[in-house]
Ligand binder design. Structure first.
Ligand code: SAM
Length: 192
């Protein structure tokens, strides 16, 4: 989004390297690539996990129709505060729900918002830095929250998490985006 937002991201990355997982926000090229597999359907719901500066959020809002609902998770307080300011119009209109909490609590939040299983889960979470139990909890939460025909799209800089992902989902590597620092692999996963 704006430069001050990117500065907040860098500052937070220096304080919380493991949970942030990168020093810089993703590029527009990677954000666009993450959304290529998504097909528009009326009234669709998309969940975004680990929104950071909102670079992918912004792409989702510009690419998908007004009746598309977006549930955004970001558990870093300072980033969530900035996102709330940037997304306030869409939040007020009920198009975006911003949740400052752990992404693994996705099913609880969907239940409390009365939202049925979703079409897509888009994630920039640094899953390679999660411990085994944390990653399993997250994968269970995603599986439980997604429609049977839904998809979970995840980017990762290294393939260290690939075997874990394969164990929990029917997964494919659908691309490597070089116009990002660092370059990122994109996984597309479906329920087993
Ligand atoms: C690699 S950054 C990606 C940010 C943004 N999606 C992008 O592409 O630039 C990962 C983001 O996930 C957030 N995050 C990490 N663990 C999380 C968790 N368990 N729940 C929610 N957000 C989390 C971090 O605070 C950070 O903003």
């Amino acid at each position: 989004m704006c430069t001050t937002m990117s500065l907040t991201f860098v500052k937070e990355a220096l304080k919380n390297w493991k949970t942030q997982g990168s020093l810089l926000p993703s590029t527009s090229a990677l954000s666009r690539r993450m959304l290529e597999p998504l097909k528009v359907s009326p009234g669709m719901t998309i969940v975004e996990l680990g929104a950071g500066t909102g670079i992918i959020t912004k792409q989702i809002l510009s690419k998908f129709p007004e009746d598309c609902r977006l549930i955004v998770f970001e558990n870093n307080r300072n980033l969530a505060k900035r996102l709330r300011q940037d997304l306030q119009t869409n939040i007020r209109r009920g198009r975006v729900f911003l949740i400052e909490d752990d992404a693994a609590k996705l099913p609880l939040h969907l239940k409390s918002l009365n939202i049925p299983p979703v079409h897509y889960v888009i994630s920039g979470l640094p899953i390679a830095n999660f411990d085994h139990a944390g990653r399993e909890r997250l994968f269970r939460a995603i599986t439980e929250s997604m429609r049977d025909d839904g998809a979970y799209i995840q980017f990762q800089y290294l393939l260290t998490s690939w075997l874990h992902v394969r164990r929990s989902f029917k997964a494919k590597i659908i691309g490597l985006e070089l116009r990002n620092f660092p370059p990122a692999f994109i996984y597309k996963c479906r329920k087993k």
